[in-house]
Design a protein around this ligand. Structure first.
Ligand code: G4P
Length: 537
């Protein structure tokens, strides 16, 4: 086995785009994402105290330094981006909301990363949310490093876990670290690539003296450190793992076909440092980004970026919002003027927010791969491309056909205008989609999960003070309708006025009562396309 290749940039060029690692962690709730995030920040030296995870139902947060920036600026953003540095590299960790309900926000966040870490609970294997998020990564060929967490607890057999990844996700696997005992037998993990024993340590944060260089899995040093029975079983399974799986192949990983796998325990600090090292060495730096009419390379001089997320200020007295932009090329400086391509408007970056750790919050430039927050009053929208003037549109930031449709019931008709504003604001943030039926005046909202409806109702009540409720809609499904033949589309809309609506961008949407009606309509109108996603332009 050879060590992982090193892609570390030369110290002479520490600020080049190649020094960025922009990634997300994908997992099922409870697999340990929050714990791992905190430990990554801790090992990178970005936070000094482990054990600061706050768990308040859905609003779990990791105590990291970006919160200082929020406080200093008097704004509130959920933990969307965490930036930290190590070994001359800058890591941008983008949070994907961890709740059961799948939100569009999560999909869109994955459009802004170059790689992902997939966290799997060793006792549970691949769970539903992980699988869904994985599918999104696959659509974009996002390379994935797998971290099988909680090996300090009783878990499934390591080979069974690897088999599951191979068979259900159709990914090749390549173990990097291997458990030395699991559950009550847990003694640590072994780095198969660099031959090091990663001793378990019950004292959190005590990293010193825990990594023991070895000559191989048969190194006699191990006999003194690990009880015989546990060691014998480790040696047997590790030898099998070494012979059964292929060498690590960088191109295969970067192409999204192979996942390196680390077994570890975020709680017991085992394997986390190795994960960070692997991320630095093999995870891709910013990649060229697909755009119309041309792909944009990170090395290009002119600044370009796209907005993948909006966050309204949690303070109901202010209507400010923050647009999260991923920088795709150029060197962005505070005060710069950028063009919002779809409107032609000029946006001055007076107060861009940098999500650096405390001591770096005054950094005044950003590089490709970095995420900046742009405070604005509703000018910017998800999907927007910003450039120094070029007519360019980044592609692939999708809207998804909602799975739940509801009519909005307004209790006080005098508040219709405010309701419109609230729905449009929240649609812009990606909390919901709104559809306005061609006939009738009641708005229809669409969400991909029940929780989104609850969030929507509570935000309309608390932030906009509007008394409203949701009613069942006579429709179950929504599809964007498109055609190469405008006359056919027009004819379809005319004949189906009772089932037609428009989205926020006035794109036509067909609302079907059920799947039977949808399928029949698809059959009857072969010249139309009924789409489950619509890319924003
Ligand atoms: P999430 O963000 O993916 O939802 O997971 P989170 O980190 O909150 O972890 C979920 C639970 O799993 C937490 O326990 C956490 O302590 C535990 N956990 C995370 N990593 C490990 C690990 O490596 N080993 C073990 N044994 N447990 C781990 P909890 O009881 O729900 O919360 P808490 O009271 O410990 O905070």
């Amino acid at each position: 086995m050879t060590a992982l290749p090193s892609d570390l940039p030369s110290p002479a060029a520490p600020t080049a785009a190649a020094s960025r690692r922009t990634f997300a962690i994908i997992s099922h709730p409870d697999a340990g994402k929050t714990t791992l995030t905190e430990k990554l920040l801790f090992f990178a030296g970005a936070i000094h105290l482990a054990g600061h995870v706050k768990a308040h139902g859905e609003r779990r947060r990791t105590q990291s330094d970006w919160m200082e920036i929020e406080r200093a600026r008097g704004i509130s953003i959920s933990s969307s981006v965490m930036t930290f540095e190590r070994d001359g590299l800058t890591f941008n960790l983008l949070d994907t909301p961890g709740h059961q309900d799948f939100s569009e926000d999560t999909y869109r966040t994955l459009t802004a990363v170059d790689s992902a870490i997939m966290v799997i609970d060793a006792a549970k294997g691949i769970e539903s949310q992980t699988r869904k998020l994985f599918e999104v990564c696959r659509l974009r060929d996002i390379p994935i490093i797998t971290f099988i967490n909680k090996i300090d607890r009783e878990g499934l057999d390591p080979f069974a876990l690897l088999d599951e990844i191979e068979s259900t996700l159709a990914l090749d696997v390549c173990p990097i670290t291997w458990p030395v005992g699991m559950g009550t037998d847990f003694r640590g993990a072994y780095d198969l690539r660099e031959n090091r024993f990663l001793k378990s340590e019950s004292k959190p944060g005590a990293a010193d003296g825990r990594t023991i260089p070895c000559s191989g899995i048969d190194d006699p040093q191990l006999d003194a450190l690990v009880p015989e029975r546990i060691l014998a079983s480790f040696r047997e399974s590790a030898a099998l793992a070494l012979s059964a799986y292929p060498e690590f192949d960088l191109a295969s990983y970067r192409g999204g076909h192979l996942t390196p796998v680390l077994f570890g325990s975020a709680l017991k600090d085992c394997g986390v440092e190795e994960l960070l090292r692997a991320l630095g060495r093999i995870a891709p730096p910013p990649r060229p980004q697909p755009a119309e009419p041309r792909t944009v390379a990170p090395e290009e001089k002119a600044v370009t970026g796209f907005v993948f997320k909006m966050q309204a200020n949690m303070d109901p007295n202010h209507r400010d919002r923050v647009a999260f932009m991923r920088l795709c090329s150029g060197r962005l400086k505070r005060g710069m003027k950028l063009r919002q391509v779809h409107s032609g408007k000029t946006i001055t970056l007076q107060n861009p927010i940098f999500f650096f750790a405390r001591e770096r919050q005054l950094a005044d430039e950003a590089l490709p791969g970095d995420i900046i927050g742009i405070p604005n009053h509703g000018t910017l929208r998800v999907g927007d491309t910003l450039t120094e003037g070029e007519e360019l549109r980044f592609t692939g930031i999708p809207n998804f056909a909602p799975e739940i449709l509801r009519r909005v019931r307004l209790d006080d008709p005098m508040r219709a205008k405010q309701l419109k504003r609230a729905l449009e604001d929240l649609a812009e943030e990606g909390v919901t989609q709104v559809f306005r039926p061609i006939l009738g005046s009641q708005w229809i909202v669409g969400v991909v999960g029940q929780l989104q409806l609850e969030v929507l109702a509570s935000r309309i009540a608390t932030e906009y003070k509007i008394a409203m409720g949701f009613e069942m809609a006579p429709f179950e499904m929504a599809r964007w309708v498109a055609s190469d033949d405008p006359a056919v589309l027009k004819d379809f809309i005319e004949r189906n006025r009772g089932s037609m609506a428009e989205d926020r961008d006035e794109a036509p949407v067909f609302l079907a009562r059920d799947s039977w009606e949808l399928n029949r309509t698809i059959r009857d109108w072969p010249k139309l396309r009924f789409l489950t996603t619509r890319e924003r332009h």
